[in-house]
Design a protein around this ligand. Structure first.
Ligand SMILES: [Zn+2]
Length: 102
């Protein structure tokens, strides 16, 4: 029997990261993303969060609502959330988005 390295890795619960393709233990993957890429995603999410905060400070509700939309898409796509950040619903309400009351 000729087993490739990849097959051995898969046998032990290793999966390629959906972003960088690096083999990672399945228990370390979040939505198929390895810990290193997850850290990068968290940085991107934090930057979206800062865009929202800045827009709110400037009173630019349109920009704030846009940032919330981007954050929601991001969270749905990657299953990630900044634990210290308010929820999408809370941010929508703060931005005065009429969808928030639905
Ligand atoms: Zn990765």
């Amino acid at each position: 029997m000729n087993v490739s390295l990849l097959e051995v890795l898969l046998m032990f619960g290793y999966r390629p990261c959906v972003i960088c393709g690096a083999e990672a233990n399945a228990v370390d993957l979040t939505a198929g993303v390895c810990p290193e890429c997850k850290a990068e995603l968290a940085k991107e999410l934090a930057s979206l969060q800062r865009q929202f905060d800045a827009a709110m400070l400037e009173g630019d509700r349109g920009a704030a609502a846009g940032a919330v939309d981007a954050i929601e898409v991001f969270q749905d796509r990657w299953g990630l959330r900044l634990t210290a950040a308010p929820t999408v619903a809370q941010m929508r309400k703060a931005a005065g988005d009429p969808l928030a009351s639905l």
